[in-house]
Design a protein around this ligand. Structure first.
Ligand code: NAP
Ligand code: G4F
Length: 329
């Protein structure tokens, strides 16, 4: 792929994931050369980036493998690295705690070490998480709220956050941590609760199934739209100084609210279809999250554009359309 002198290069780890796909689209629009790191797989994992795969460069590497990370940074020589790759599903972190620590915690150090060794002027973004607040010390949560993670995933993200801060302070790296609250879209993997609900509602509406089995309906989250959140990630790396930023909508809703609205959007009553299933209840729960993104609003000029109601509706419509096509075939 040809590159002009002024063109910036961004490396995205986790480009095949939800956020990676939206961020790649945004950076292409902004004129970047986009390089995406993918790990070896025996199946095609490019579904979310199929529409842009001709416009990005794909390199093969793994957060578990220091050599691959160092070689990629040396070969690509990015201006900016967005570290989005992780084992990101909270329940899996209880069944695979060591692997989660390797990917989600130590993986961050491997990327930072590669940057430090090859070119410390490369800007680095770490995808930190509101799961770090866990059993929350205050509401709403901001950049100064203490962490109290409630899952091996949350613990691993706390490590990833602090190693980012530490490399900023120890070596002067431009290392920024974005503490994002939950963000969703029609590209969300189906095991996460919002997509599980939108997919389930569409299946029930189309007569493909009769029930939706869920865990704790009372948990509350600050849910936003993924497309809005990747814009914040990019803005963070355009600042004069590296820093930490909370990205959130400032509104919280229960899983039950999401369910009720999703069923209502297709004129169904959720109480007739939702079955509580203890298999989906967690050993330790994060009961309520709500973020205060004032710093991002003031310094980045960032604010979310998509409301909770729009998000629910968009996700249900997208699943109805997708499954409707399959049913018609
Ligand atoms: P996602 O859809 O689960 O994507 C995760 C990505 O990481 C995938 O591309 C996956 O590749 C890649 N990956 C996993 N293990 C890897 C490894 N060992 N080496 C290289 N790549 C690996 O997650 P997401 O929702 O886009 O989230 C992006 C990041 O933000 C994650 O770090 C997540 O923890 C964090 N975060 C997300 C949210 C949210 O609400 N979405 C909120 C806060 C923080 P494969 O396709 O090969 O599996
Ligand atoms: O959709 P979830 O699985 O997301 P969770 O655990 O909040 O984590 C997501 O957001 C984090 C940011 O805060 C990210 F860091 C992380 O990578 C991920 O993207 O669950 C949301 C809530 C939980 O309280 C869960 O107990 O929904 C509740 N829930 C109820 N029934 C369910 C279910 N969750 C899932 N996945 N499946 C259920 O059947």
């Amino acid at each position: 792929m040809g590159q002009s002198l002024a063109q910036k290069t961004a490396l995205i780890t986790g480009i095949t994931g939800q956020d990676g796909s939206y961020l790649a689209e945004l950076l292409l629009q902004e004129g970047y050369r986009v390089v995406g790191m993918t790990r070896r797989s025996s199946t095609d994992v490019h579904e979310r980036i199929e529409h842009i795969v001709e416009r990005v460069d794909i390199v093969s590497g793994d957060l578990l493998d220091q050599t691959s990370m160092t070689n990629i940074i040396a070969q690509v020589r990015p201006d900016e690295v967005y570290n989005l790759a992780a084992q990101s599903f909270v329940p899996t972190s209880w069944t695979q705690p060591v692997l989660t620590g390797e990917f989600t915690a130590l993986g961050v150090t491997r990327v930072l070490e590669a940057i430090r060794a090859i070119d410390p002027s490369i800007k680095f973004y770490q995808a930190s998480s509101s799961e770090m607040f866990g059993k929350v010390a205050e509401a709403p949560q901001n950049e100064r709220t203490p962490f109290y993670p409630r899952s091996p995933y949350g613990v691993a993200k706390v490590y990833g956050h602090w190693i980012t801060v530490n490399y900023r302070e120890s070596y002067g790296l431009f290392a920024t941590s974005g503490i994002s609250f939950n963000h969703e879209s029609e590209r969300r993997a189906k095991e996460f609760v919002t997509r599980k609900i939108s997919d389930g509602v569409a299946r029930i509406k189309l007569g493909l199934t009769q029930e939706l089995r869920l865990g704790n309906l009372d948990a509350r989250r600050d849910w936003g739209y993924a497309g809005d959140y990747v814009r914040a990630m990019w803005l963070m790396l355009q600042q004069p100084q590296p820093d930490d930023f909370v990205i959130a909508t400032g509104r919280t809703h229960s899983v039950r609210d999401f369910v009720r609205l999703a069923f209502a959007s297709v004129d169904l009553d959720y109480e007739k279809y939702v079955v509580q299933d203890l298999r989906f209840v967690r050993p330790a729960e994060v009961d309520v999250l709500i973020g205060d993104a004032s710093k991002a609003r003031e310094l980045l000029g960032w604010q979310p554009n998509v409301t909770f109601e729009e998000l629910v509706d968009t996700m249900v419509r997208a699943d109805l359309e997708r499954l409707g096509r399959l049913v018609r075939v």
